[in-house]
Design a protein around this ligand. Structure first.
Ligand SMILES: *[C@@H]1O[C@H](CO)[C@@H](O)[C@H](O)[C@H]1NC(C)=O
Length: 241
């Protein structure tokens, strides 16, 4: 997609592409965002309270974990294609449904205010940060994680863990993800690619424009860093690491 190649972010160009809303519109938009964030926040707190109340009152186990799976750039046509193919090669009945068919609860239209291709920005057209689900989860004391098959600094994980004006600012996204961020650390666990954005520009293979050694910074902030399958397999389950 176009924006994947567009690595030169030009603030003036972006400003020109944006419609310039009047003060009234800006105010209305800000209010709308605040109301939305408030609603998300209150819902999460309500879920937390109900969960604890149910457990305390009835001794019932409650659902405490939320896993949000996002098939990025994957729509109904992709699912139909996969289903038909899987059904055909495995000689399955005509009414076969995939595991994903059973758990799908919705789809969403994503785009930017100035582009059909969505951004990772998590900022509004004025460049102000928009609250994220992970920030709300942290606020109620949950442990959070991002697990991706792409770069961890890519658009979708970034929209949960950073606030930048362009998805292409992956070196900024990397530093925010480790907790260099006004709200501090919001992600406790990250699995994904994109190591080059965490290496200082003096290292071979770095894609940072500066000398920051983000991996070392992350370790100082309490992250443990694993880079091989062997290290991963040695991880103890239920350990605090
Ligand atoms: C690394 O980044 C610094 C700061 O931007 C710059 O002065 C330096 O020339 C860069 N070094 C390399 C090897 O690119």
């Amino acid at each position: 997609m176009g924006s994947y190649q567009n690595t030169n972010y030009d603030p003036e160009e972006t400003a020109g592409l944006l419609s310039s809303p009047g003060p009234e519109q800006r105010k209305a938009r800000r209010n709308l965002i605040l109301v939305f964030l408030g609603a998300v926040f209150i819902s999460l707190i309500a879920i937390g309270v109900i969960a604890v109340w149910t457990e305390v009152s009835y001794g019932l186990p409650t659902k405490r974990n939320v896993i949000l799976m996002i098939s990025d750039g994957f729509g109904p046509a992709s699912e139909t294609f996969a289903r038909d193919y899987y059904q055909y090669v495995n000689d399955l009945p005509y009414n076969y449904v995939t595991p994903l068919d059973k758990i799908l609860v919705g789809s969403s239209r994503t785009r930017s205010s100035n582009s059909l291709v969505t951004d990772s920005a998590a900022v509004n057209p004025e460049g102000s940060p928009c609250g994220t689900i992970l920030e709300a989860a942290k606020e109620i004391g949950m442990v959070t994680g991002l697990v991706v098959t792409s770069r961890i600094t890519h658009a979708t994980p970034a929209s949960f863990s950073a606030h930048v004006v362009s998805r292409n600012l992956e070196y900024n996204i990397a530093t925010q993800q480790i907790g260099d961020y006004p709200l501090g650390r919001n992600v406790d666990l990250m699995f994904g690619g994109g190591r080059c954005y965490f290496l200082p520009n003096s290292s071979e293979g770095s894609c940072r424009p500066d000398t920051r050694d983000v991996l070392s910074e992350a370790k100082k902030l309490g992250f443990h860093y694993l880079s091989t399958r062997e290290e991963f397999d040695k991880l103890e389950t239920n350990s605090q690491r």
